[in-house]
Design a protein around this ligand. Structure first.
Ligand code: GLP
Length: 274
């Protein structure tokens, strides 16, 4: 999606200038529902262009509004996901697809089942696969066989992770097993109200898998994301903040909740360069 200066939403756009081209754009959304709508528009536009698009999905609170919007549009026959193919970004290691912690289960409940996506169009990471290395390779092969990702939709961890690619991760990696950082585990303990023991490891598509997607949509909401978003806005790729790997991507859209918008940017009318 390209938003130009004459776009009515342009006063909410911040361009993040970088050391090198291309320039990234942050579209500040006035509410979570606006963020959900704009994100759904982005996905819908792709599905019009390419009905059998290959899409990677995130888990977490942030994409819930997007998923509700897509389900509502599918129910109203304003959007068809009948031919689209879906992958996910990550899951906990050793957790089965039926477990309440499972990201696969989350995506089935919140999007795939209610939107009526056919089973043959779904390939989700198997966190409890017996041969986990094979699972990683098989997953990459499945993405490749589908023609590669047309769109990777991402959330953002408080420590800047994308998928489960934690600070210091290897940006050339494809799908692999990761150690979850204490910060990530603590966040997830809080989110699940301490109901579950959060695994020490996860399985995630790699940064290189994400960067190979033809288009990337990053969704940022929640006050805990301010530091990670600031690192992105600084415009310098920094391995301590995996989200900054996206600065090198040629087709990246960032939708961020305006509650995270620094006052200086908001006061300038939104179109700020720094
Ligand atoms: C988890 C997932 C990420 C997700 C992040 C943000 O850590 N591994 O893929 O982006 O949560 O979650 P939320 O949207 O709930 O803040």
């Amino acid at each position: 999606m390209r938003l130009e200066a004459q776009d009515p939403r342009s006063k909410h756009i911040e361009r993040v200038l970088k050391m090198s081209a291309p320039t990234s754009t942050i579209l500040w959304c006035r509410s979570r529902s606006e963020l959900a709508r704009v994100a759904a528009d982005h996905v819908a536009a792709l599905l019009v262009r390419k009905p059998d698009a290959v899409i990677a999905l995130p888990t977490g609170q942030t994409p819930l509004g997007l998923y509700a919007e897509l389900v509502a549009r599918a129910a109203a026959k304003r959007l068809s996901v009948a031919q689209a193919r879906f992958f996910n970004l990550d899951d906990y290691l050793g957790v089965s697809a039926e477990h309440p912690l499972s990201y696969a289960r989350f995506l089935r409940e919140h999007l795939l089942r209610p939107a009526g996506v056919a089973e043959e169009h779904i390939r989700l990471l198997r966190g409890d696969a017996a041969g986990i290395e094979e699972e990683c390779q098989d997953y990459e092969a499945a993405i490749e066989a589908a023609g590669g990702l047309d769109l990777a939709i991402l959330g953002l961890g408080t420590n800047g992770h994308i998928g489960f690619n934690e600070p210091g991760s290897d940006w050339s990696a494809q799908t692999h097993v990761v150690s979850l950082s204490p910060e990530t585990r603590a966040t997830h303990v809080a989110q699940t109200q301490g109901q579950f023991v959060i695994p020490e490891h996860g399985i995630t598509v790699g940064v290189s898998t994400i960067l190979a997607a033809r288009d990337v949509l990053l969704l940022v909401a929640g006050r805990g994301k301010a530091r990670a978003l600031d690192a992105f806005r600084a415009g310098i790729p920094d391995p301590r903040w995996p989200v900054t790997a996206l600065l090198t991507h040629r087709s990246l859209t960032v939708l961020a909740d305006a509650e995270l918008q620094p006052a200086a940017v908001a006061d300038s009318g939104g179109l700020a360069s720094r």
